[in-house]
Design a protein around this ligand. Structure first.
Ligand SMILES: *Cc1c(COP(=O)(O)O)cnc(C)c1O
Length: 335
């Protein structure tokens, strides 16, 4: 995949490390677990949205935009990182925050909410669950236009084909690193939310002719709906890159049994996974995404789907600032 022809800003100096996790692997008694440290990407506190924003913000600037508009939940890592990119580029940033869990917005909340205020969002509009978010962002865009500005709208999670190029690039980075170090992976596991991460990885591995099985752990949607959405998005990534978009449907694999009662709502499996990573390897996961994705990884190991002798890569997509907004979920005593 020739990604060099796309405008791109660089927010991270070097490839993120792939680290072996011997103590976690021993505690689970299954495969050798490795982690792709995308929690160490650039911009304020890092995380997966930084890779998508490299392509999205470059496109915005190429189009002469002076204001970024995006949307997310009340504790959105994507909103925090879009805002950080806007600050760095010297453009304005407007956030539309969806109260996915009724009553979940609090002006004084910690975590990402504190960072929206510290980084200085130009406006924050809180809307109830189920709002037409594209419409709500268009209203903000219209306000920006009527004040003489040039807005650029980024969809939730940065998950359109252009944003997902960031994870096609990450797939290429993983293939390069594992080739250099002789690490033959048997499986890759990542979180699957708005889908740009998972779809970008699918597209990037496909374009690189890599046959490594990839499982996305859903944090919100039901399996079939998520797989269909991602299949279309991954095809769109390939087409944007000038490749045939006809991707075999079976390349998109989602598990949805770790969502629990719903998006951002805690589960004991999530809490256990957060404590396991923290207490064996000193790695911070988050309650909304990586905690549930890691619960999926642990579940697959305990069910014998990922076995001793195999090498599994967990893509750490970031999110640790949200820990400070969910202290009870992180510290709950689970057996
Ligand atoms: C947004 C997010 C995800 C999910 O990535 P998508 O590309 O939206 O599927 C995973 N982990 C963290 C920490 C996130 O902020």
């Amino acid at each position: 995949m020739d990604l060099a022809r796309f405008p791109r800003r660089r927010y991270t100096e070097a490839p993120t490390p792939i680290e072996h996790l011997p103590r976690l692997s021993a505690a689970l008694g299954g495969p050798d677990v490795y982690v792709k440290r995308d929690d160490l990407l650039g911009l304020a506190s890092g995380g997966n949205k930084t890779r998508k924003l490299e392509f999205l913000v470059a496109d915005a600037l190429a189009q002469g935009a002076d204001a970024l508009i995006t949307t997310g939940a009340v504790q959105s890592n994507h909103c925090r990182l879009t805002l950080a990119a806007a600050v760095k580029e010297g453009v304005a940033c407007h956030l539309v925050l969806e109260e996915r869990v009724p009553g979940s917005y609090s002006e004084d909340a910690s975590g990402n909410n504190l960072l929206y205020r510290l980084l200085g969002a130009d406006s924050m509009t809180v809307v109830p669950a189920g709002t037409d978010l594209a419409g709500a962002m268009e209203e903000v865009a219209e306000r920006v236009r009527s004040a003489g500005g040039t807005p650029y709208v980024i969809p939730g999670g940065g998950s359109n084909a252009r944003g997902a190029l960031g994870y096609a690039a990450c797939a290429a980075e993983i293939l390069g690193q594992t080739f250099d170090s002789g690490l033959a992976l048997d499986h890759v596991v990542c979180a699957s939310g708005s889908g740009g991460t998972h779809a970008g990885l699918v597209a990037g591995f496909h374009a690189g002719s890599a046959q490594i099985p990839l499982t996305g752990i859903s944090v919100r949607a039901e399996r079939t709906a998520q797989e269909e959405k991602l299949h279309a998005l991954a095809g769109g990534v390939l087409e944007l890159a000038g490749l045939p978009g006809d991707l075999p449907r079976e390349k998109v694999v989602v598990r949805d049994e770790y969502v629990g009662p719903g998006y951002s709502l805690p589960t004991d499996e999530m809490t256990e996974a957060i404590q396991l990573f923290a207490r064996t390897e000193g790695i911070l996961l988050d309650p909304v995404y990586t905690g549930k994705a890691a619960a999926g990884l642990v579940g697959m190991i305990r069910q014998g789907e990922l076995a001793a002798g195999e090498k599994v890569l967990f893509v750490h997509t970031g999110g640790a600032p949200a820990l400070y907004a969910y202290p009870d979920a992180a510290l709950k005593v689970v057996s």
